[in-house]
Design a protein around this ligand. Structure first.
Ligand code: MTE
Ligand code: MO
Length: 544
């Protein structure tokens, strides 16, 4: 063994490892190009990433959201690429001795990508093709490159072929007669450069083609004018926004609106070809609507605070916006849907997105008179792509994972017995109304303050119920009643402030809210799984 290793000069080993990288690059680039013809999401990295997300249980998803926030997807993709690079180096080294085994290794990776792509909930029949074609090209590149590293006229001490195949490979080695231990250096360099350049070209072209889709969609979005809604939201009451530094703005600007979804590639949907189908149990008349059809209907404008079930106590995953949309109950009525409370056969409305998300909401809730809507506008513009363009669902009072399907394409009436939606299969509850909660926005944890008056301020929310009272206490003392900002609607969060006469020392500030049903938040700490966290938010600060 030692002799064999010694017989492989470091340069050949390094080049072999490099050929693994070149092969992997070629495979990814070709796959990207082919994905442009199939679907951008069918590329191996988004496919494997998506498959990983699909298999991630609730707790881990929660962990990822908590620690990486919206960056969780970037980390995931970098992780996949890093793993791939390590395996590519290893496969390159393997190919130095066993060309076919090395090439087969590349094919195996392609198979993994193909299986991952085909397993996505939104997979089309052809999604396996980009990974498969990419792997074939990558395997060929590795096979040819490894061939250039063969030692042609092997000296006697190197004639230790591992198997017959190998021996044949050695004889097949190209190039003129070479000195002992030499290999086709020029051939390798030329081939490696050519393969890298061709791959870069293919990859860039693929990128460009994939971007062309989204350019078209971007142009369509830019041309959209959301009509004036027949039912406007009231002007914001004076005093909904206390304007305290560090306190969340009452209306969250779109770029700051939290984002939680499983999409590695934000779907770029062309509104001009988009359709929505409404069908299923108890639907007397199926509806098939275009974006224009929706915009032509009566629109409503409402302020709604959206909240994620993955928001831990004190967490950032809720935001408030002014939405414009089509009343959903009216659409369902038009399709002949009756809620179960009026004898209808379907108790679950399943929303499906173009990216395979499936979100189930109770039909009774959607049709109980609240402003459930198919939203098309957000804070004065068409929905941003990241928030579901062209159309998303919203149901005030329900966590996003049971109500707020983005990139909507299909609404099916069914039952909770017959169907479990995406997150329900991963351990989350079928039904999940938003829990009454409150948060301290300022001061921040571990802030260094000077003694005297300190404005302690934050937000409280109890969608559909309304906030009645917010109380603050310091170091476990008596609860103090905070001042509430003006209320917009029961579907929005409410700001609060309490002027604290801060004395020197380390202090713990706690907050609790009471909603209009008379319920006061308890200190019972519950995690986010399966239907939302509870407990008092607390912040420790230092006063000097
Ligand atoms: N298509 C799709 N819609 C989705 C999701 C998703 O992963 N995919 N996530 C849901 C969850 S868990 C939440 S909390 C809200 C978040 O909406 P936002 O990203 O616009 O804030 O979208 C919901 N709609
Ligand atoms: Mo969520």
């Amino acid at each position: 063994m030692r002799r064999r290793l010694a017989a492989v000069p470091w340069l050949r080993a390094a080049l072999a490892a490099l050929s693994g990288l070149v092969a992997a690059f070629a495979a990814l680039a070709v796959a990207e190009l082919v994905a442009a013809a199939v679907r951008p999401q069918a590329g191996p990295v988004p496919a494997v990433g998506g498959a990983v997300i699909d298999r991630t249980p609730g707790q881990v998803k929660d962990f990822a959201v908590r620690h990486f926030g919206t960056n969780d997807k970037l980390f995931l993709q970098l992780g996949i690429l890093a793993l791939l690079a390590v395996f590519a180096l290893a496969i390159g080294l393997v190919a130095l001795r066993w060309r076919r085994t090395g090439a087969a290794g590349v094919l195996l990776f392609g198979l993994l990508g193909a299986v991952a792509a085909a397993s996505r909930p939104d997979a089309s029949r052809w999604d396996w093709i980009p990974s498969a074609v990419g792997a074939l090209v990558g395997a060929a590149v590795l096979y040819l490159l490894a061939g250039r590293l063969r030692v042609a006229a092997a000296a006697p001490d190197q004639q230790q072929p591992q198997d017959a195949k190998d021996a044949k490979d050695a004889k097949d080695a190209p190039g003129p007669q070479q000195a002992k231990g030499a290999f086709d250096r020029r051939g390798f360099v030329v081939l490696a450069l050519a393969a890298s350049a061709a791959s870069a070209g293919a990859g860039l072209l693929g990128r460009k083609l994939n971007a062309a889709d989204s350019e078209q969609a971007t142009a369509e979005r830019a041309a959209v004018t959301i009509p004036r809604p027949g039912s406007r939201a009231a002007t914001l009451p004076r005093g909904v926004d206390l304007g305290i530094p560090g306190l969340s703005a009452f209306t969250t600007p779109n770029p700051k609106f939290y984002r939680v979804d499983t999409a590695l590639v934000v779907p770029a949907i062309d509104a001009s070809t988009w359709r929505l189908r409404i069908h299923g149990k108890g639907v007397a008349k199926e509806l098939n609507l275009s974006y224009r059809d929706l915009l032509a209907r009566d629109l409503i404008e409402r302020d709604i605070t959206l909240t994620c079930v993955s928001n831990e106590v004190g967490g950032p995953y809720l935001s408030n916006a002014r939405w414009i949309g089509v009343p959903l109950a009216a659409l369902l009525q038009e399709a002949g849907v009756r809620p179960p409370s009026r004898g209808g056969p379907a108790d679950q409305l399943v929303a499906r997105s173009v990216d395979g998300m499936m979100i189930g909401s109770p039909v009774d809730t959607v049709m109980d008179g609240r402003d459930a809507m198919l939203a098309v506008g957000m804070n004065g513009e068409p929905l941003p792509f990241a928030h579901g363009f062209p159309v998303r669902m919203l149901v005030p009072g329900l966590y996003g994972y049971v109500s707020a399907c983005k990139w909507l394409k299909d609404l099916e009436l069914t039952t909770f017995d017959a169907f479990d939606a995406y997150w329900v299969r991963r351990g989350w509850s079928q039904r999940a109304p938003i829990k009454t909660e409150s948060r301290v926005d300022t001061p921040k944890p571990f802030a260094q303050l000077s003694a005297g008056k300190v404005a302690v301020a934050g937000v409280a929310w109890a969608q559909r119920k309304g906030i009645e009272r917010v109380e603050v206490r310091v170091d476990g003392g008596a609860w103090q009643i905070a001042d509430l900002a003006a209320e917009d609607t029961v579907d929005t969060w409410r700001q609060w402030v309490w002027q604290w006469p801060a004395a020197p020392g380390s202090h713990r500030i706690e907050v609790r809210a009471t909603d209009r049903t008379g319920y006061t938040q308890t200190d019972a700490r519950v995690g986010t799984v399966p239907d939302g966290a509870t407990g008092w938010h607390s912040v420790v600060v230092n006063v000097s």
